[in-house]
Design a protein around this ligand. Structure first.
Ligand code: WTA
Length: 655
């Protein structure tokens, strides 16, 4: 995707006027970065103070990446409450400031402005309702909501009472929801009647009912009325949030939490098996998300910050809810999509709410490029000070459009590389300090020590330019701590391939200036519209269909989505391969996992290329999907090389 970067890359140094008022300029970055890696203890001891602690920490860092004994602990003897840091501590000085601006799906409906004082009342009521439903410190609560303020109230209410939330993206199917409810043994599921999005709506309550068919009988439901329409109701199990909130007390105490007590679980796709529950804890996570939100977006008191992600993903956790609210910012929550009712929606919202920092995804930008520049130009974007991207490499064409059409050529663009596992940004420009290169996530954030390893020898490549796999040499406070209920899987996934390092799963290049360029996943994870998808998940959904004998799924370059989902399917003996069946399988996967997993291409495969030991040669399948069949490499080790000829001859057209 960033092949253009291999030729001479354009460089955009920070503008002087920006650097002058920025928190960090080039000199300060160099100085602070050097200090942060020379003495991480001292650096983080100081940074930890941006958070209010109940009992201050003495120990700062206690981390070990050694396979067999991986342990990551930050500020471990400190205690705090994350909700108090995001809400209560602002009441005195910023009580009347807007904490959340909510922009509904339909622009004809009125937005809401929720002040910090109001937020406090809502969160306390939700906390009291959850406690009345029996939720206690350490219990898990699944949140399956649209992008409405109640999603933030729910997350913060959990944090307030010490419950561990697990947000499930509202686009996931009942099966996916059920697996997550059972996976973390949730006590309560918070959902809504319906989720409006892009003029359509998803029946969340009915999805929840289906998901709960396979869960424990004791799981309770708290339902928020979003559209007010009729839903099914199970007496005793289902609770009406809107009714209970009328009665609930609007004050509640904050439970004292250890820095290493879990804050949330977020399920994410990996290269093997089913999604794993990434566990983040309290102290380090809130220190790091608050700090990156301030420095990376150059957030200043009073700014209106908009991250267009969904709270169902880590980006929404860290940069819609926790980071901005810890800093007392005004954060915008948007329920809709960029292209409805028209392609000007993002920019209309920016103009209406005078957004200062706008943080979005390359896939959204690519979808808007095709609609023409007039949709941007008709809105007043003069409030914008900074643009950001996350989720996948940004191709130079999209970067240039973002820069010229949206940024009018003078706004910094921060291309932030990070992961669900990292909790916050690891590689990113700082807008007043770092020269930008379209397509490069540039330099490490403070305290972050990226290394590029040779994938064959596992040795660090210390010279520039370098190319290999991206690992981290030491811990940072928002690093994930474990996989929920499976620490061994945590160690095996991230610490076993390259001993002594955290392995990101991404390939990476470092250029002569020491700037990092992510080249994409090196494992069987694909990135579809900035959403992570395990090919194994799609495969297991396909083989669950009665007509499918075997399936292999790979990614291929897709103009808008970054990567599309290409499936090779072997049918059961005697099943007729028809177009209707293709459509049915697409629909099947959509229902099994959710709309984001719908296959783009299905190719019938009478056989799959396998080694003699039965391992599917995905490298070959990827090449065929990419239509790059001139360089298939050695196929002589295949059990039956002729299957490759068939797959090439019958390569599917792309829909
Ligand atoms: C990819 C999203 C290039 C990468 C925060 C990573 C990126 C995966 C970038 C994590 C970026 C994220 N440039 N690639 N700026 N940001 N990625 O867990 O492959 O949903 O491993 O976290 O997205 O996706 P996740």
């Amino acid at each position: 995707m960033n092949t253009a970067a291999k030729t001479a890359a354009a460089v955009y140094p920070p503008r002087k006027e920006f650097a002058q008022t920025a928190h960090v300029d080039a000199d300060r970055y160099a100085e602070l970065y050097a200090a942060s890696v020379a003495d991480p203890e001292a650096f983080w001891r100081e940074e930890g103070k941006r958070i209010d602690w109940i009992r201050p920490y003495e120990t700062v860092k206690n981390t070990d990446f050694t396979l067999g004994q991986v342990s990551i602990r930050w500020f471990e003897d400190g205690t705090l409450n994350v909700c108090a840091n995001c809400v209560d501590r602002h009441l005195e000085t910023r009580g009347d400031r807007t904490a959340i601006i909510w922009e509904p799906d339909d622009p004809k409906d009125a937005p809401k402005h929720i002040s910090y004082r109001e937020l406090h009342g809502h969160v306390c009521r939700m906390a009291n309702i959850l406690e009345d439903m029996g939720v206690r410190k350490g219990d898990r609560v699944v949140i399956y909501l649209p992008m409405i303020p109640e999603a933030a109230y729910a997350m913060l209410a959990c944090a307030r009472i010490g419950a561990v939330h697990s947000v499930v993206f509202a686009g996931f199917s009942p099966d996916a929801l059920g697996a997550r409810i059972n996976g973390c043994d949730a006590k309560v599921v918070i959902t809504a009647d319906y989720a409006p999005r892009g003029g359509k709506k998803t029946a969340l309550k009915s999805n929840t009912d289906k998901a709960l068919l396979h869960a424990k009988d004791s799981v309770k439901v708290l339902m928020v009325r979003r559209t007010g329409e009729q839903t099914s109701w199970v007496q005793g199990r289902d609770h009406d949030y809107n009714e209970l909130a009328l009665e609930a007390d609007d004050v509640s105490g904050c439970v004292e939490m250890g820095a290493e007590d879990p804050l949330f679980i977020l399920y994410t796709s990996g290269s093997t098996g089913q999604p794993k529950g990434v566990v983040h804890t309290s102290g380090g996570y809130i220190v790091y998300t608050a700090m990156t939100h301030e420095y990376v977006f150059d957030y200043h008191e009073g700014d209106v910050f908009w991250c267009t992600a969904d709270v169902g993903w880590v980006t929404g956790h860290s940069y819609i809810v926790y980071g901005p609210l810890a800093n007392g910012a005004t954060t915008l929550m948007f329920e809709g999509v960029p292209t409805w009712p028209d392609a000007g929606r993002f920019w209309e919202v920016c103009a209406r709410h005078k957004v200062n920092q706008f943080y979005s995804a390359p896939t959204a930008i690519r979808a808007l490029i095709g609609q023409g520049t007039e949709w941007v130009e008709k809105h007043d974007l003069s409030s914008l000070k900074l643009l950001g991207t996350v989720g996948e490499p940004i191709n130079p064409e999209a970067w240039n459009w973002y820069n010229e059409v949206v940024g009018k050529g003078h706004l910094p663009i921060v291309d932030t590389w990070w992961q669900t596992e990292t909790g916050g940004h690891l590689l990113t420009p700082l807008p007043g300090a770092t020269p930008l290169k379209p397509g490069s996530a540039t330099k490490p954030f403070f305290g972050v020590q990226p290394v590029i390893l040779d994938p064959h020898t596992g040795e660090e490549i210390t010279t520039n330019p370098a190319e290999g796999v991206l690992c981290l040499k030491d811990s940072w406070p928002a690093q994930m701590r474990t996989v929920w209920g499976d620490h061994e899987r945590f160690e095996k996934t991230y610490f076993s391939d390259y001993k002594g390092y955290y392995f990101s799963g991404d390939g990476c290049r470092r250029d002569a200036d020491g700037d990092y360029w992510i080249t994409g996943r090196v494992d069987d994870v694909i990135n579809v519209s900035g959403h992570r998808m395990g090919t194994a998940e799609v495969e297991s959904a396909l083989v669950a269909h009665e007509t499918v004998a075997e399936a292999a799924v790979v990614g291929y370059p897709h103009e808008i989505k970054g990567q599309g989902i290409y499936c090779y399917v072997t049918l059961m003996n005697g099943v007729e391969p028809t177009d209707e069946l293709k459509a049915e399988l697409q629909k099947w996967v959509r229902t099994e996992i959710g709309p984001i997993a719908k296959p783009d291409v299905i190719q019938w495969a009478p056989g799959l290329p396998k080694t003699r030991s039965g391992k599917i040669m995905r490298r070959i399948l990827r090449k065929i999907a990419e239509n790059d069949t001139g360089s298939l490499g050695d196929t002589s080790t295949l059990a039956d090389p002729s299957v490759v000829d068939d797959l090439i001859a019958n390569r599917a057209g792309r829909e």
